[in-house]
Design a protein around this ligand. Structure first.
Ligand code: F6R
Length: 608
């Protein structure tokens, strides 16, 4: 979703602004813009619809040596993608970039009668409001910003510069992330730390309700109520290699292929094979607190929700006394659901910034329920607001479609479930198979990823013309099928849906015809034979079936069988999901679509 960058220092601001915006491209956007100011405050404003390359074309004719500036990639919410609606927005002598949504912009706009609005955006209203308090520099910019923000309802991460005070910028946040990079004779800002990598490793994460005045060697942070804040400088752990393609054609493929390593990071120091136990420090719950847990609520959106569903299936297998409810954040936040006593909520989010998930977290906390984050992005808002947490540590996920985070989210949640079971005294013999499989999962993933890509590419080539797909599975393969269908639809635009295999005859079976192909995830186990009968029902109706299985023998006349050769049984669905991920990737490549940045989507969904 929208991205913000800003620079004040000794170098050319335009250089950082453009490179920073490129780093944020993965978040999804439809227009971009930058403004820089020279030492006298003369502004150079450049905005363009579409890709940053369009902005760069304009920049080629407007290169400046200016040392201060702000930039933005916009993902349209109010008003179509256009140059006029792109940020920065100008009002008098000030320029503003904004992430988030100003909910009361209509009322505010009605009060700003004098101002001639150019755009349809809520953000321009905020710029005009700040300008109305600024009175052409009669008051310090920061005061005008604070006064305006006190009237705003909604969410924002903003950066503001003024032609009248061209040595400093003002930034603030409430609900939209903002990171300040502390450099030598320069200070950088971004909505996502990945823009800062290669410039500085030292970062200050602004909190909601804070505003900062930033100069090249100064950072002064206060709350909106003028209370001084002493900033905590944290280290950015990510390195440059983690945000580059590293020889792959696309980030999506790179991120699928790096799952053996990313899962190792998730497991590091947390699994003790000898004892057959897991050790999670982050949740910060005592043995007594763990023993008391009776109910788990797992909250997430999209892939994170699917990870929660799948983890729930596993945890209930070894925690007989625990009830588990996995919920979609955008629904749950408005439900009047009763939360039983002794509940704990797992808040699952790769980005740690998803607006609906964050809102749920806050609602759940209000009810006095302990919240545990299963988060990837270090220092993100969710990571900071939960009571405790387990980082999945998969490194940056750049491709919009989430892959490596899914695998690690499932495993991290299962490990949390194991932690509860251990505390409750569930027999080691019950838990050991899970611990052992988890410990060996990175190797198993590596084996599958070494073997299957060529075959999956060929299957993709055969199926790239279909516009419809159905993913099918039972038990743990069902949420996995849901995730497979989501992956395919979001990147290849194939209309893909998943069904629990047993549900097929209750309706979806009517769909089967030559326009559809079916992907069946078929793990060995108690429901194997039942699923095989289900496949026969599909074949009898002329289905075009691709089977992914770890069964030793499978001899129905389906179109393709992808064999998962692995000793992992419990977690075989996670290995099958690698096939779904690759299938989505290769089908999209065949179709010639933008794999890493599917249309209409954003990586981090910071608005509701
Ligand atoms: C799908 C995908 C999305 C995200 C969802 C939640 O590939 O990436 O469905 O999983 O937007 O995002 P996070 O995990 O950042 O909260």
């Amino acid at each position: 979703m929208c991205g913000i960058v800003g620079y004040v220092g000794e170098k050319k601001a335009q250089d950082y602004l453009i490179s920073g915006l490129k780093r944020l491209e993965y978040r999804g956007y439809d227009s971009a813009g930058i403004v820089t100011l020279d030492d006298e405050g003369k502004a150079t404003l450049l905005r363009a619809k579409g890709k940053i390359a369009n902005l760069e074309e304009k920049l080629a004719r407007a290169k400046r040596d200016d040392h201060i500036g702000i930039g933005h990639t916009r993902w349209a919410t109010h008003g179509e993608p256009s140059e006029t609606n792109a940020h920065p927005h100008q009002a008098g002598s000030i320029y503003l970039v904004h992430n988030g949504i100003i909910e009361n912009y209509k009322e505010l706009k009605a009060q700003l009668k004098e101002f001639e609005f150019q755009s349809e955006t809520d953000s321009e209203v905020l710029a005009a409001l700040i300008n109305s308090f600024y009175q052409n520099g009669q008051y310090p910019l920061v005061n005008a910003v604070v006064q305006a923000l006190k009237l705003v309802k909604g969410t924002y991460g903003i950066a503001v510069v003024s032609e009248i005070e061209p040595k400093e910028m003002v930034v603030a946040r409430s609900g939209s992330p903002l990171v300040i990079g502390v450099g030598h004779d320069e200070t950088l800002i971004a909505s996502d730390a990945s823009a800062l990598i290669g410039h500085t490793k030292r970062a200050i994460y602004l909190n909601d309700g804070e505003v900062a005045v930033i100069g090249k060697n100064s950072i002064e942070i206060k709350t909106l109520n003028a209370e001084p804040v002493s900033a905590k400088v944290e280290e950015i752990e990510t390195n440059l290699a983690a945000i580059q393609k590293g020889g792959y054609d696309h980030f999506l493929l790179k991120e699928i292929m790096e799952q053996p390593e990313s899962l190792i990071e998730t497991l590091r120091g947390r699994v003790n094979l000898k004892e057959g136990m897991v050790h999670l420090g982050g949740p910060g719950l005592s043995e007594a607190e763990l023993r008391k847990i009776k109910h788990l609520i797992i909250v997430g959106c999209g892939t994170a929700y699917h990870a929660g569903l799948l983890a729930g299936y596993y945890i209930e297998q070894f925690s007989p006394e625990l009830t588990i409810e996995t919920v979609i954040a955008s629904e749950y936040r408005y439900r009047s659901a009763y939360i039983p006593e002794n509940s704990v909520a797992l808040i699952v989010s790769q980005s740690g910034e998803t607006a609906d998930t964050l809102a749920c977290l806050r609602e759940i906390k209000k009810q006095g329920v302990k919240t545990i984050g299963i988060v990837n992005a270090i220092g993100s808002t969710i990571a900071r607001e939960v009571d405790g947490g387990t980082y999945v540590h998969v490194g940056p996920e750049i491709s919009v479609a989430s892959t490596k985070a899914f695998t690690s989210q499932v495993v991290a949640m299962v490990m949390f479930g194991l932690t509860i079971a251990q505390a409750k005294g569930v027999k080691g013999a019950m838990l050991r198979p899970y611990v052992e499989e988890i410990a060996h999962l990175p190797e198993e993933i590596r084996t599958v990823l070494d073997k299957v890509p060529d075959q999956v590419r060929k299957i993709a080539e055969k199926h790239a013309e279909y516009d419809h797909a159905i993913y099918l599975g039972r038990d743990t393969a069902y949420p996995t099928a849901m995730e497979g269908a989501l992956k395919l639809k979001e990147v290849s635009y194939v209309d893909a849906n998943a069904y629990a295999f047993g549900e097929l005859k209750h309706g979806p079976l009517a769909l089967i015809d030559d326009r559809f192909f079916e992907v069946v995830l078929l793990p060995k186990g108690a429901l194997y034979e039942k699923a095989v009968s289900n496949i026969q029902e599909v074949l009898a109706r002329g289905g075009h079936v691709v089977v992914v299985t770890n069964a030793d023998r499978f001899d129905l006349p389906v179109e393709d069988v992808v064999k998962i050769e692995s000793s992992a049984e419990l977690f075989a669905p996670l290995l099958m999901n690698l096939v779904s991920q690759l299938l989505a990737y290769y089908i999209t490549v065949c179709k010639g679509f933008n794999v890493d940045q599917p249309r209409n989507l954003a990586k981090s969904v910071t608005v509701e």
